[in-house]
Write a protein that binds this ligand. Structure first.
Ligand SMILES: Cc1cc2nc3c(=O)[nH]c(=O)nc-3n(C[C@H](O)[C@H](O)[C@H](O)COP(=O)(O)OP(=O)(O)OC[C@H]3O[C@@H](n4cnc5c(N)ncnc54)[C@H](O)[C@@H]3O)c2cc1C
Length: 456
C-alpha cells in the first residue's frame, strides 16, 4: 500500500535524511527538500590534506540497535572509527587546571575534582526514594536535590555546556533529560536507576559498559553522504527552500529555488526543520503560521574552531576526550576537544588537532565573533589551560548562528504547539531536534518514527 504514497520530507538534516531513507526502504515515493547546497545540517566533515575537521558534531554515541543496523545497511561498517582508548578520560577545569573526571565509583573516591563532603553526598543519594514532582524544575535544582551544589557546579554545569551549550538553571529537568526524570519517579536514586538500567540491558544480551563513541574514517559527514546516496540524488532537491504548505485532499508543497516558485503535490508531509523555519512556515492560503510561537525557542550561536599545532607546542599530554569548563571557572571557551586523540587520522604526523567550542547561552557573542577576535581569545585560553605556545599551524572556523535548541523551563508549551498543529493538519508529521532530543542518535530515532507515522 505504501508504494502508492508520495511523501515530501522537508529538511535534509540527520532526521529528514533518516526519514526519507526509511520511507524509501518500504517502496514509498519520496522527495526530500533541503534549503542548503548540501544535506546533513551541521554534520559536515572537511578533509584538507592530512587534516580532517568536523564543522559541527564530532562523535555519535552508538547506543541503539537502530543506529548499529543503519550503519551496516549503509555499508559503513568498515568505515566506522571507534574512539581511541585514551578518550575515556574526561577533564574538567577546576582552579584553572584540567582535573580528570571520575568514571567509576572507585575513581570517584580517589578523585581530586570533588571534596569529601560532595563525595559523601553522592553516596547518600543511593538512599533516595521514588518521587513524583508536582511540576517541572530546572535541571540545576533537580541535580542539586540529589547530589548537592558542588556536583551542580563541577559535574552538571560543564556536562551541560558540552551537550547543550546551555544553562542548567534554565533547562527543564523533565524535557532536557527525560530519562533522569523517569528514573527519579520509578527508582528514586539516579545512581541506583542507572545501575538497574545497565543490568537490564545486560540481561537481554546487550553490551556492558557505556555505549561506544564513534565516528567514521572521513568524519561524521560520511553518514549523511551515505544516506543521500541511498535516497538517490534525483529524489533530493537541494537549494529548495520551503515557504508554505497548502492543505487539501493532497498537500501542495510550495518552494523557492533561484527566485522561482514551484508547487508539487504529495499525500503526506514530514517537517524535519529547526525552530525558526518552522515558525515562519505558512500553512493555508491565508498565510497562517500555526508554528509561529516556536520563534521564542532559545537557540544560541556556537563557534567550532579547529586549531592544529606541532606536538611540541602543547604541554598537556592530551590523553583524553577533551576538557570542559564549569561556569564557576569564568573562562571564555565552553570546552576543548582533543580531536586527534579522540579519533585516528585527524592531524598530520607529529601534529595535534584541537576543537574549541565557544558561544552558547552565556556568550552568544562568541558564537558569532570573527576569526581574528576568536583567535585572540582562544590563544590566551589554550595557553593557560593546556600550555599551548606559539601560533597554530592550521586553523578553520565554523560558526552556527542557531546551534542547539534549549529545552528550557516551559518547553512543554512549545511541544503543545507542535502537537496542536499536527492535530489540525492530518497527514502532517513534525520531528527533529526541536521535539525529539538534540543528539544525532535522537535524530536517527526521530527519522524512523516519522517515517513509520507517515506510513501508518
Ligand atoms: C556545533 C555543534 C556540535 C554538536 N555536537 C554534537 C555531537 O558531538 N554529537 C551529537 O550527537 N550531536 C551534536 N550536535 C547536535 C546535532 O548535530 C543536531 O541536534 C542534529 O544534527 C539536528 O538534526 P536535525 O535533522 O533535527 O536538524 P538539522 O540538522 O538542523 O536539519 C534541518 C535541515 O533543514 C534545512 N532547512 C532549514 N529551513 C528550511 C526550509 N525552509 N526548507 C527546506 N530546508 C530547510 C536546514 O538547512 C537543515 O539542513 C551538535 C550541534 C552543533 C551545532
Amino acid at each position: 500500500m505504501s508504494a502508492f504514497r508520495k511523501v515530501a520530507v522537508i529538511g535534509g538534516g540527520i532526521t529528514g535524511l533518516t526519514a526519507a531513507y526509511a520511507l524509501r526502504q518500504t517502496g514509498a515515493t519520496v522527495r526530500l527538500f533541503e534549503a542548503g547546497a548540501k544535506v546533513g545540517g551541521p554534520v559536515q566533515s572537511v578533509r584538507d590534506g592530512e587534516w580532517l575537521v568536523e564543522a559541527g558534531p564530532n562523535s555519535i554515541q552508538e547506543n541503539s540497535p537502530e543506529l548499529t543496523a543503519l550503519i551496516s545497511d549503509l555499508g559503513l561498517d568498515e568505515a566506522r572509527s571507534a574512539a581511541q582508548p585514551a578518550a575515556k578520560n574526561r577533564y574538567i577545569l577546576r582552579n584553572g587546571k584540567p582535573q580528570a573526571a571520575p568514571s567509576s565509583p572507585p575513581g570517584l573516591l580517589s578523585s581530586s575534582l570533588f571534596s569529601f563532603g560532595a563525595k559523601l553526598r553522592i553516596f547518600r543519594e543511593l538512599l533516595h526514594r521514588p518521587r513524583i514532582r508536582p511540576a517541572d524544575v530546572s535541571l540545576a535544582d533537580f541535580v542539586r536535590s540529589h547530589f548537592g551544589d558542588e556536583l551542580v557546579d563541577y559535574g552538571l554545569n560543564p556536562f551541560v555546556s558540552g551537550i547543550y551549550a546551555g544553562d542548567p538553571s534554565q533547562l527543564s529537568a523533565r524535557h532536557s533529560f527525560p530519562s533522569l526524570w523517569k528514573i527519579e519517579q520509578e527508582t528514586g536514586s539516579i545512581i541506583r536507576g542507572q545501575i538497574k538500567a545497565a543490568k537490564a540491558k545486560r540481561a537481554v544480551g546487550g553490551p556492558s559498559g557505556p555505549p561506544p563513541i564513534i565516528s567514521f574514517r572521513e568524519g561524521l559527514g560520511m553518514l549523511p553522504a551515505a544516506l543521500a546516496r541511498d535516497i538517490g540524488p534525483l529524489n533530493i532537491g537541494l537549494n529548495a527552500r520551503i515557504k508554505s504548505l497548502i492543505p487539501g485532499k493532497r498537500w501542495g508543497v510550495v518552494w523557492n529555488r533561484d527566485s522561482n516558485t514551484q508547487v508539487e503535490e504529495f499525500d503526506r508531509v514530514i517537517l524535519a526543520l529547526p525552530a525558526k523555519p518552522l515558525s515562519e512556515l505558512t500553512i493555508g492560503s491565508l498565510g497562517e503560521c500555526p508554528l509561529a510561537e516556536l520563534a521564542d525557542i532559545t537557540t544560541p550561536a556556537v563557534s567550532s574552531f579547529f586549531l592544529g599545532y606541532k606536538r611540541e607546542q602543547v604541554a598537556h599530554p592530551l590523553d583524553g576526550f577533551g576538557v570542559l569548563m564549569p561556569q564557576a571557572e569564568h573562562r571564555q571557551v565552553l570546552g576543548v576537544l582533543f580531536s586527534s586523540s579522540l579519533f585516528e587520522g585527524r592531524a598530520p604526523e607529529g601534529h595535534v588537532g584541537l576543537t574549541v567550542m565557544l558561544g552558547g547561552v552565556h556568550r552568544p557573542d562568541l558564537g558569532q565573533a570573527d576569526e581574528a577576535t576568536l583567535l585572540r581569545v582562544v590563544k590566551r585560553e589554550l595557553g593557560e589551560i593546556l600550555g599551548v605556545t606559539g601560533e597554530p599551524v592550521y586553523q578553520r572556523l565554523h560558526s552556527w548562528p542557531r546551534a542547539i535548541p534549549q529545552y528550557n523551563l516551559g518547553y512543554g508549551e512549545f511541544l503543545k504547539v507542535i502537537e496542536s498543529c499536527e492535530r489540525s493538519y492530518p497527514r502532517l508529521f513534525i520531528g527533529g531536534n526541536v521535539r525529539d532530543g538534540i543528539s544525532l542518535t535522537n535524530g536517527i530515532a526521530a527519522g524512523h518514527k516519522l517515517a513509520a507515522r507517515a506510513l501508518g
